[in-house]
Design a protein around this ligand. Structure first.
Ligand SMILES: [Zn+2]
Length: 402
């Protein structure tokens, strides 16, 4: 979140960003609390971090060779180390950062970094949590930041498949589970269909659904993992979840684009979700496209033509280095500022929340500052647009109460 005074030239075009305007926007937003509309549970502190763990937190790679040999050579990791070191006032090296953080008082250290994110509310996808992670209640207590749950559709559904006799019964149970979660305080539902099937949605093939359901239930009955996969099962579930979200008046978050190599990136464009935007049965369903990169331009297009489509750029910011800033500028080409949301997609380590928050604000300030330089916005309008992205849009889309 530090401002820079020099003028930076992007490699992708000839537009220079006047960082004085960006710096002014960052100063204006300094007291602006953010709503992080997509993140994950933190690891219960205290704990110490190894180099491999810190590196692993700033990559989507699953193969340990990447953390061992290559993450240190990514722009994202160099930038993360630089930001954390500046905050800790130590040498900008991995070794210095780790020595400093591992010697610090764990509670003060974590809370200090999280305070610098200026996050007022976290919307937490609890479907991606290990045994050493905080529960939401613990996390609220430990961080002092308001927590709201986002239910992960596939995880809920996997837990209910064994007791169902057929897909219809299963879907009834899933929808009852969603209703119970929202009654219990959840403010949205998330689907990771992109990790289990293509996002190119097709009408449900009931025969294929029946076969896939029986095979998955059998695995559950044998004590094996009931991991949902394949388009017949996962897309039918997505459609059911979407219907229930519409009835519950909560948004459906859809993982799109960038993620770990467990997904086939080629199959994760949000353009495939078209039936959700055009079928009158889903009219009024608020769909929030997560991550989006490298399909952020497609997502921005969808946000510009369909009334209830929203997007974020989490993960690309900060994992894609300056490409994240460029994605921000490209997204704001078509996407109304009333439809872009802030998210960190951070999990486990306070360092990731800290780095993501700073990088996101800087990318936002750079993109809006460029619009000021081009006299498209004045500085007051740019500041207001930033407030929409940082908090107002999420408050409205998720109907959050103070
Ligand atoms: Zn996530």
């Amino acid at each position: 979140m530090r401002s820079q005074t020099r003028t930076r030239r992007s490699s992708s075009d000839s537009t220079s960003i006047n960082t004085d305007v960006a710096g002014e926007l960052l100063r204006v937003w300094a007291d602006q609390p953010a709503i992080d509309h997509h993140c994950h549970p933190l690891r219960r502190w205290p704990f110490q971090l190894s180099p491999e763990e810190l590196r692993g937190a700033f990559t989507e790679a699953l193969d340990p060779q990447l953390a061992a040999s290559h993450v240190v050579n990514t722009v994202a990791y160099r930038d993360a180390v630089r930001r954390i070191a500046a905050e800790l006032d130590c040498d900008p090296t991995e070794a210095a950062v780790l020595a400093q953080r591992n010697a610090a008082d764990p509670v003060g250290y974590a809370k200090g970094l999280l305070a610098r994110t200026a996050t007022a509310i976290m919307l937490v996808d609890t479907g991606f949590a290990s045994a050493d992670a905080f529960t939401l209640a613990e996390q609220e207590q430990a961080t002092g930041i308001t927590q709201r749950e986002i239910v992960r559709l596939e995880r809920l559904a996997e837990g209910l498949i064994q007791a169902a006799d057929d897909p219809r019964e299963w879907f009834i149970a899933v929808r009852a589970g969603l209703r119970a979660a929202v009654r219990g305080g959840a403010v949205g539902v998330k689907t990771i269909c992109a990790y289990r099937a293509t996002l190119k949605l097709r009408p449900v093939d009931t025969d294929a659904l029946g076969v896939a359901f029986s095979a998955t239930r059998l695995r559950a009955q044998r004590g094996q993992s009931p991991r949902l996969s394949g388009s017949a099962l996962c897309q039918a579930l997505l459609f059911e979840g979407a219907q229930e979200c519409l009835e519950l008046d909560v948004p459906l978050q859809v993982h799109c684009g960038f993620g770990d190599p467990d997904e086939d990136l080629a199959e994760t464009s949000p353009l495939g979700l078209r039936p959700l935007f055009t079928d009158p049965a889903y009219r009024g369903l608020r769909v929030v496209l997560l991550h989006c990169y490298p399909y952020h331009r497609e997502a921005a297009y969808l946000g510009s033509v369909f009334p209830d489509v929203y997007m974020d750029l989490s993960l690309a910011i900060p994992f894609a280095g300056l490409e994240g800033s460029r994605a921000m500028r490209e997204a704001l080409g078509l996407c109304p500022t009333s439809k872009l949301l802030y998210a960190s997609d951070a999990s486990r380590y306070p360092e990731v929340f800290f780095v993501a928050a700073g990088a996101y604000r800087e990318a936002l300030a750079g993109a809006l500052g460029e619009l000021v330089d081009n006299r498209i916005l004045d500085i007051a309008a740019a500041a207001d647009a930033g407030r929409q992205v940082l908090a107002d849009n999420a408050r409205r889309v998720y109907k959050l109460k103070d």
